[in-house]
Design a protein around this ligand. Structure first.
Ligand code: CP
Ligand code: NVA
Length: 301
């Protein structure tokens, strides 16, 4: 594996290997055991958009592994003054051992990878968020002791995180049910690809149908970064798709409720559910660190 641009860049076996590594790294960190496998190696972290979890977890991951991370705000780089993505990537490849990039357009992260001789990791684009799904799969495995055969219900906007979840679900043999309003469906090419991978994917407009007997209920913001101009329309269209106690009742009694965060209580998720007994959202956030450490070790060591 050279780059991680799409969840589809990983295979079933690679995901399992990364999850095993992440579990081991998590356990070692709890015991205060460190590894300096990435000693003297630097990771560049390009951000066009805001971030709390991704930025901090990658930076801490590099520190834990004995390496170094550089936060590169795209606006402060020559990128912001018109230097091409390709030239930027060529140059950074001469200094660094890896790049993560959070970008508006998926094309940008693809171009970075095309011009790079070092691994490039998609840290969220308008199309995908594979690092999130890797951490989520770790969380699911911790809570359910398995992944294959579970029903994963996505309720809300069929966005970037949803796209990666669909592919991840297909690769790991989950049943994926997406409930979204008309016009908010996940990308067609993603659904097609997931089905080619053998995925059992259902798209419906009915949140109750998706949530029925689900093992996992998943929410994400209704207004993603870059969608701010559509805020009012989105809040109206997505209002029937809130994960609340009524919807949780449709799922299995031991359902886990997930959210990639940041959350907006009272919009995509009710406060009772977000802060209630089914919620595993902060474990997901923690697992970003462990899963990404595994990824960095595999790609950069
Ligand atoms: N879930 C996630 O990627 O969070 P940040 O936007 O805070 O990085
Ligand atoms: N779909 C959200 C995820 C944030 C982590 C966004 O793109 O803003």
């Amino acid at each position: 594996m050279k780059h991680l641009i799409s969840m589809a860049d990983l295979t079933h076996d690679e995901i399992n290997e990364l999850l095993d590594m992440a579990e081991d790294l998590k356990e070692k960190r709890l015991r205060g055991k460190v590894t300096d496998l990435l000693k003297n190696k630097s990771l560049g972290m390009i951000f066009e958009k805001s971030s709390t979890r991704t930025r901090v977890s990658f930076e801490v991951a590099m520190c834990d592994l004995g390496g170094h991370a550089l936060y590169l705000n795209a606006r402060d780089m020559q990128l912001g003054r018109g230097e091409t993505v390709g030239d930027t990537s060529e140059v950074l490849s001469r200094y660094l051992y890896g790049i993560i990039a959070r970008v508006y357009s998926h094309e940008t992260v693809k171009q970075l990878a095309e011009h790079s001789s070092i691994p490039v990791i998609n840290a969220l684009s308008d199309k995908e968020h594979p690092c999130q799904i890797l951490a989520d799969l770790l969380t699911i495995r911790e809570y359910k002791s398995k992944i294959a055969g579970l029903k994963y219900a996505w309720v809300g906007d069929g966005n970037n995180v949803c796209n990666s979840a669909i592919i991840g679900g297909a690769l790991m043999e989950m049943e994926v049910a997406v409930a979204c309003p008309p016009g908010y469906e996940p990308d067609e090419d993603i659904v097609e690809l997931a089905r080619e991978l053998g995925g059992n994917i259902t798209i419906t407009n009915d949140p109750n149908e998706a949530a029925k007997d689900a093992d996992i209920l998943y929410a994400d913001v209704w207004v993603s970064m870059g969608d701010e101009d559509e805020r009012e329309k989105r809040l109206k269209d997505l209002a029937p798709y809130q994960i609340n106690n009524e919807l949780v009742e449709q799922a299995k009694p031991d359902v886990i409720v997930m959210h990639c965060l940041p959350a907006h209580r009272g919009e995509e998720i009710s406060a009772e559910v977000m802060d209630g007994p089914h919620s595993v959202v902060f474990d997901q956030a923690e697992n970003r660190l462990h899963a990404q450490k595994a990824l960095l070790m595999k790609m950069m060591a």
